[in-house]
Structure formats: structure tokens, C-alpha cells
Design a protein around this ligand. Structure first.
Ligand code: FAD
Length: 498
């Protein structure tokens, strides 16, 4: 068991670092520690003290946030839920890049781990980092070093001179105690577009069409293409909850109705969800163009919050009819997910996992108390549909040899880059299932590596192979670490082995 410290201020973090230097106890910082699928809050080496920063939960510049100053200076403990609720109450004209993880996950820890939100990679959203290094010194990056009262402190992301921000992400070079986080203006109109790919064999061409639409700015956010296993894993609980609570279904009748509703949302193997934003006129023209480009491969549906609200109101009243019931259930299940692109975080995907593993009563933040075992294997991919489709096929076939079905989303995250988020689910109370899942994850990783690719976010057990591939690069990383933390006070992290 590691000791855990819960500092509340920067001064307390500095004090902890000084104590760690004297006692030679490596420190392992986490913001909320909900890094499920990558090791949660567990340190990578034994003998560490965990620095749990969840008690540093201030939005420091609350009174200065406005449409003209769309920046929140946040501490590590600020959750997605905190930021959303604050903006909803005080600045409904502003939103931000939320992830599909729970409401209680952090904004800053996720960005430092280079997580990906519905608008894009979170790394792009943070700058002006305040951090404590391994010698107990406090630094600010960019123009924040001029002092909080400088007019440039929270407005210029780059500062002057070498940009040190990158040294603090996926690293163990310092303990970040606050950062500037970009907020986004709400657009006058927003709509989600759902695509159901009719034939799995067209996945490559379909992805190329989606990638082109991202490059040309037609699809504004990250477009997620999920396979059936993933869609099922994400929606079944929402569907079943509605059918049980609102329609009184139980047992086999419930299962049959849930399958019928799932078929409406995901009628084929691959379903993608993207979104468009702009004025009413821009939206009309963009949707027309998207439809023209994709309808030869996919069934295209436009989903707006108003349509869902209206549809639900009507269909819910008609729920004694099986067809209406299925549609109302589908709306109830997809609504929280559709809100993600509009900056509304949800626990729905975590609740689904808790339900699947028999603990629907647990709050989402306690996922680790359930039997849900989860391993992420997330390859970074080129923006080449054919390549991606071939690799996904190979990984699926490989996983099947271990008895696993992969839950996969292919995310078009920037105009030039695609990532896949692949998770392996297993019962972690069953030692054989745990061992088998790890064997499967290792095989998938080796296949990714053999294709000349890498994961974009790693578990600690992958890093020996990663380092072996480019030892000189990682030796340079190690020497940079020595500058800020010569005694190794901040523990080896997942990305920076000892
Ligand atoms: C169903 C499901 C859906 C998910 N969806 C997404 C998704 O859409 N996008 C996504 O990115 N992830 C997703 N995740 C993964 C994960 O839950 C999130 O990334 C989550 O935000 C990470 O937990 P956290 O915010 O508490 O970060 P933490 O666990 O606190 O931090 C992550 C890591 O960053 C480092 N770190 C944290 N804080 C500091 C600090 N202050 N100083 C220095 N280093 C620090 C540490 O190494 C730490 O291990 C999902 C997980 C599940 C189970």
C-alpha cells in the first residue's frame, strides 16, 4: 500500500517535495486518479507516496471569465462536472472540450496524459502551466511567468522562447498545480450527424470520406466510428433502464426490446457520430454536403437536441406500441452521449460498465470497486482509411484467438491524425480472465508495433518495448528529467521509466 498525501495549496506541494527529498520517497502525482484502463491511480514502482491533488479544486479566475476572456485557470482537482456546472450557471454562452469519461474525472490530469475530448486532443487546450519541480521550485510556462496580473498571463499560449509545456505532459518532470484551459464560445446552431455504414467491406472508403470532411472543416468535432460491440457496450444499460423503469419490462421481454431498440441506433457493424456547428445557413449547407458525400455508403441521420426532445415527448407517450417504445428507448440512451459534443459531460459510459459487471448502484467514480477489468490499447493511426480498416480487421482476428471481442472506436481527431480506442473487458475477480486479457493485450500491442505504429497513450507494461525501439531518444528524455529533478523525487511515471 502506498501512502497518500492530499495537499490543498501550492505551498503544501512544495513542502511535500522538500519532505520527499529528505526522506528519499518518490512522489506519484494524480489529479483525480480515475485513469481507468491505463492503471487508474496506481504508481508504476513500489515505495511511492501518491500525491492526490483532488483537494486543489479551485477555478482560480472565476470572476474574470467571460465571452471576451474564454480561459479558466484551473487546479488539478477541478472535474469535468465542476467546470460544466460552473459554466452552465454563470456563462451559458461558453462551453469546453469534454471527454467521454465520467463527470468526476479531471480536466487537467487528463490533458497532461494527452487524453482526447469530443472537440479534439485536450493537450491543445492547456497552456501557462504552473508546476513544482523535483527541487521544490515553482515555475510558470509561457507568459504566465510575468505574473498573474500581466495582461498576457492568461491570453498568449506560447510566450517567448522555448515552450516548456510539452515537458509536463506524459512525463514525470514536475507536479502541475494549475493551468490555463481554453473555453469555447457556443455556436448558434449545433447538430450531430449519425452515419450507419451498410457494408463492413466499405469501412476504408467510408473512413476516407469522413477524414476528407474533417480536413475540409465540414465535420467540426472528433468523429467517432464505433463497432457494434462498442455501441452495444455503451448503450445497452441506457436502453434497458428505460425499458424497465418506463415500460415495466423484465426478463426475456426486456432483452428482446433492448435488442430491437439497439438495432435502430446501430443497424450495421459500424456506426459513426460527428457534429456540425455554425449559423442556421451554414448548418443547412454543410449537412447537405455531408449527406451527398456519404449516403452511398451509409444511412445518414441528423440529430439535434430539439428533435430528440420533441421525438421523445411524442414516442414516450406512445410507448405501449413496441415500435414507439423502441424509438423512445433509443432516444433515452443516446441523449447523454449526443450531449458530449455540446460540452455536457456524462457518466453514461461508466454506468454501462458498472451495470454490465453487476454493480449498477455504484457511483461512476467507484468503477474500480467493481469487477470490471479494462485494458486500453490505443494505436495512433495515419489518416488513411484503407490502412486503418486492414489493421482493425487484423486486430479483431487476433483478439478472437484469445476469445476476446474488441470494443473499438476509430476517432478522426485532427485533419491529419486518427486514433483507435480499443478496450478489452474482462472480469478482474477471475485470475484466468485477467491473465488471458493481458496476453491478448500484449499480442495486440506487438501487432501494432510490427505495423510500424505506436500507441498514443500507454500502460506502464508497454514502455520497455517503446524505449527499446528508440533508446537514444529516451536517453535524451532521461537527461532532461535530471535537469528538473536530479534526485528523482517525482517517481518514474508510465512514460518515463527509471
Ligand atoms: C468508459 C470510459 C470512457 C473513457 N473516455 C475517455 C475519453 O473520451 N477520453 C480520454 O482521454 N479518456 C477517456 N477515458 C480514460 C480515463 O478515464 C480518462 O482519461 C480520465 O480523464 C483520466 O483520469 P483523471 O482525469 O482522473 O486523470 P489522473 O488519473 O489524475 O491523471 C492521469 C495521469 O496524468 C498524470 N498527472 C495527473 N495529474 C498530474 C499533475 N497535476 N501533475 C503531473 N502529472 C499529473 C499522472 O501520471 C496520472 O496517472 C475513459 C475511460 C472509460 C472507462
Amino acid at each position: 500500500m502506498s501512502a497518500t498525501f492530499t495537499p490543498k495549496t501550492v505551498a503544501e506541494v512544495v513542502h511535500l517535495v522538500q519532505w520527499a527529498r529528505q526522506t528519499r520517497t518518490p512522489l506519484y502525482p494524480v489529479s483525480r486518479g480515475l485513469n481507468w484502463g491505463y492503471g487508474s491511480s496506481s504508481p508504476v514502482v513500489d515505495g511511492c507516496a501518491v500525491v492526490d491533488l483532488s483537494g486543489m479544486r479551485e477555478i482560480r479566475n472565476k470572476t474574470e471569465i467571460s465571452a471576451r476572456n474564454p480561459v479558466a485557470v484551473i487546479e488539478p482537482g477541478v472535474t469535468q462536472g465542476d467546470l460544466h456546472d460552473h459554466l452552465a450557471e454563470h456563462h451559458p454562452d461558453l462551453t469546453f472540450n469534454v471527454t467521454g469519461s465520467g463527470r468526476q474525472t479531471s480536466v487537467l490530469g487528463n490533458a497532461l496524459d494527452r487524453g482526447v475530448g469530443y472537440i479534439g486532443p485536450r493537450k491543445e487546450d492547456i497552456y501557462g502551466l504552473e508546476f513544482v519541480d523535483g527541487q521544490g521550485r515553482v515555475f510558470e510556462t509561457g507568459f504566465r511567468r510575468l505574473g498573474e496580473h500581466s495582461p498576457l498571463a492568461h491570453t498568449h499560449p506560447y510566450g517567448l522562447g522555448p515552450m516548456l509545456d510539452g515537458l509536463l505532459s506524459q512525463s514525470n518532470f514536475g507536479i502541475v498545480t494549475s493551468a490555463c484551459f481554453r473555453l469555447l464560445p457556443r455556436r448558434p446552431r449545433e447538430a450531430a450527424v449519425s452515419f450507419s455504414l451498410r457494408e463492413p467491406k466499405d469501412l476504408g472508403a467510408f473512413l476516407d470520406a469522413l477524414i476528407a470532411m474533417k480536413r475540409e472543416g465540414l465535420l467540426a468535432t472528433v468523429t467517432h466510428a464505433g463497432n457494434r460491440a462498442r455501441t452495444q457496450a455503451t448503450l445497452t444499460y441506457g436502453l434497458s433502464k428505460y425499458l424497465a423503469a418506463e415500460c415495466g419490462l423484465r426478463g426475456e421481454a426486456l432483452e428482446r426490446a433492448a435488442v430491437q431498440a439497439l438495432r435502430l441506433v446501430a443497424p450495421y457493424e459500424w456506426t459513426a457520430l460527428g457534429s456540425v456547428m455554425g449559423s442556421a445557413g451554414q448548418l443547412r449547407a454543410t449537412l447537405k454536403e455531408i449527406d451527398a458525400r456519404s449516403r452511398r455508403w451509409a444511412r445518414v441521420r441528423v440529430v439535434t437536441e430539439e428533435r430528440l426532445r420533441l421525438g421523445y415527448a411524442v414516442l414516450h407517450r406512445l410507448r405501449w406500441l413496441p415500435a414507439a417504445r423502441a424509438q423512445a428507448a433509443a432516444i433515452a440512451a443516446i441523449r447523454p452521449l449526443q450531449g458530449l459534443a455540446r460540452g455536457v459531460p456524462t457518466d453514461a459510459p461508466i454506468d454501462n460498465l458498472l451495470w454490465k459487471f453487476g454493480r449498477p448502484e455504484l457511483p461512476a467514480e467507484h468503477l474500480d470497486r467493481s469487477r470490471c477489468g479494462l485494458l486500453f490499447i490505443n494505436p495512433a493511426l495515419p489518416a488513411d482509411g484503407g490502412f486503418v480498416a486492414r489493421l482493425m480487421d487484423e486486430l479483431d482476428r487476433l483478439a478472437a484467438t484469445f476469445g476476446h471481442t474488441l470494443n473499438t472506436t476509430i476517432n478522426i481527431e485532427t485533419p491529419t491524425s486518427v486514433v483507435a480506442v480499443i478496450n478489452l473487458l474482462f472480469d478482474r475477480a477471475d485470475p484466468q480472465a485477467v491473465a488471458q486479457a493481458h496476453r491478448c493485450a500484449d499480442a495486440l500491442y506487438r501487432c501494432i508495433d510490427a505495423s510500424g505504429l505506436s500507441v498514443y497513450r500507454a500502460r506502464a507494461d508497454m514502455m520497455a518495448d517503446v524505449v527499446a525501439r528508440n533508446p537514444a531518444y529516451w536517453a535524451l528524455v532521461r537527461s532532461l528529467k535530471d535537469v528538473l529533478d536530479p534526485q528523482g523525487v517525482i517517481a518514474p511515471g508510465r512514460y518515463c521509466p527509471a
